[in-house]
Design a protein around this ligand. Structure first.
Ligand code: S3P
Length: 171
């Protein structure tokens, strides 16, 4: 039995801009598994965008919807699931992830994250002074992704290379 047959799902976690969705799509394609981006799942379910949801209903409402989405999605198997960066803020969510898949954390330096998310307006928590927001939030979330089974530093590697690394790890 290969490792992929033993794993229910692959769950990608990490700060905004660490490449979870890009890596996840490539990995799902290579494994012939489904790809689910929790933010996109929420947008479809709530029939709105993440920035509008934050603006109209507020972050606590978003976090409740996010927790429900995680519960629902992880009932299924053979999926690569990309979590929103803040999905790890609730311990129950972390437990659900650990119980239902191999949890992989992607990490990057604040500088790399700032470069990747620059000019992108779809992240309500990064509005304002981008540098200041990224440094402050990374500090606040320090250690929050450490519960993962595996941590991969994306450093100077492309999403393709990270996806291949994960695939090799699963063989
Ligand atoms: C958030 C990350 C976003 C999205 C929302 C909140 C966070 O997802 O869920 O804007 O709290 O870190 P990405 O990590 O995919 O950008």
């Amino acid at each position: 039995m290969s490792n992929t047959e033993k794993i229910r799902n692959i769950v990608l976690i990490g700060f905004m801009g660490t490449g979870k969705s890009t890596v996840g799509k490539k990995l799902a394609k290579a494994l012939s598994w489904s790809f689910i981006d929790i933010d996109v799942y929420i947008e479809n379910k709530e029939n709105t965008t993440i920035p509008d949801l934050f603006r109209e209903k507020g972050e606590p409402y978003f976090r409740d919807v996010e927790s429900n989405a995680i519960q629902q999605v992880l009932r299924q198997s053979k999926q690569v699931v990309s979590m929103g960066g803040g999905a790890v803020l609730r311990k129950d969510n972390c437990k659900t992830m650990l119980d239902n898949g191999l949890v992989i954390a992607l990490t990057a330096t604040p500088e790399a994250i700032i470069q990747r998310v620059k000019g992108n307006s779809d992240r309500p928590l990064l509005q304002g002074n981008l540098e200041e927001r990224v440094y402050t939030m990374m500090e606040q979330r320090q250690g929050a992704y450490e519960f993962a089974h595996v941590t991969i530093d994306t450093f100077d590697r492309s999403p393709e290379e990270i996806a291949v690394q994960i695939q090799r790890m699963l063989q």
